[in-house]
Design a protein around this ligand. Structure first.
Ligand SMILES: [Zn+2]
Length: 206
């Protein structure tokens, strides 16, 4: 029996690779991809199409290759930075879809912006990718539960490993709040045996 396959849009794969190239340079990125047996992505660079053709297996393999290349600790730092770069590049592609660029949005109070922004961002993943995100809000925190997660797809790990999502959320919060920094922490991870990969966002800026 074969399991159902899940995908990101091809352009999301492209945006992640762009982020990697920005952080580690073309040669560095290619070295990581080769180490992860992903050399096909070097020859066959993902295009900017919206079709869901970029497999979760590939996303997860890229994250694993970062750890192989830089070690668990170093890989975490690189994945955080790639996540931040990924948000910036993704914004060019998906920004208008998020509907957060209007002046009316800019004028909302911070807590409303965070609530609205998180919901719009979660909806983007839920509607346009096979990633599933569920939001929860209490105690001045937003809980970003990734219930089907490409970053750690089919992995087993002793610790949480979805660092790219942390970087991505940090940068999105910085952008939504107009330049404030927030604490974001992954507190649970499917690779670690948890039901979801949970990112806890502190709604009070640092
Ligand atoms: Zn995960």
């Amino acid at each position: 029996m074969s399991a159902k396959l899940f995908f990101y849009p091809e352009k999301m794969g492209r945006i992640i690779l762009l982020g990697m190239e920005e952080i580690m340079g073309l040669n560095g990125m290619n070295a990581v991809l080769r180490l992860g047996n992903l050399g096909k992505l070097i020859q066959d660079h993902p295009s900017a199409r919206a079709d869901r053709t970029f497999p979760f297996e590939t996303v997860s393999a890229i994250m694993q290759a970062l750890e192989l290349t830089y070690g668990a600790r170093g890989g975490r730092g690189v994945a955080l930075r790639v996540g931040r770069a990924t948000f910036k590049n993704g914004l060019k592609e998906y920004g208008s879809m998020l509907g957060l660029t209007e002046m009316a949005f800019r004028l909302l109070p911070l807590s409303t912006k965070l609530h609205t922004g998180a919901n719009a961002f979660a909806e983007l993943f839920n509607k346009h990718t096979d990633q599933k995100v569920r939001l929860e809000e209490h105690d001045n925190k937003i809980f970003w539960h990734i219930e089907r997660c490409p970053l750690c797809w089919k992995r087993k790990a002793d610790e949480v490993v979805c660092h790219l999502a942390v970087g991505l959320l940090q940068e999105s919060l910085y952008w939504v709040s107009g330049g404030k920094a927030f604490n974001v922490e992954e507190t649970a991870c499917i690779a670690h045996g948890d039901a979801a990969c949970t990112m806890v966002i502190d709604q009070v800026p640092l």
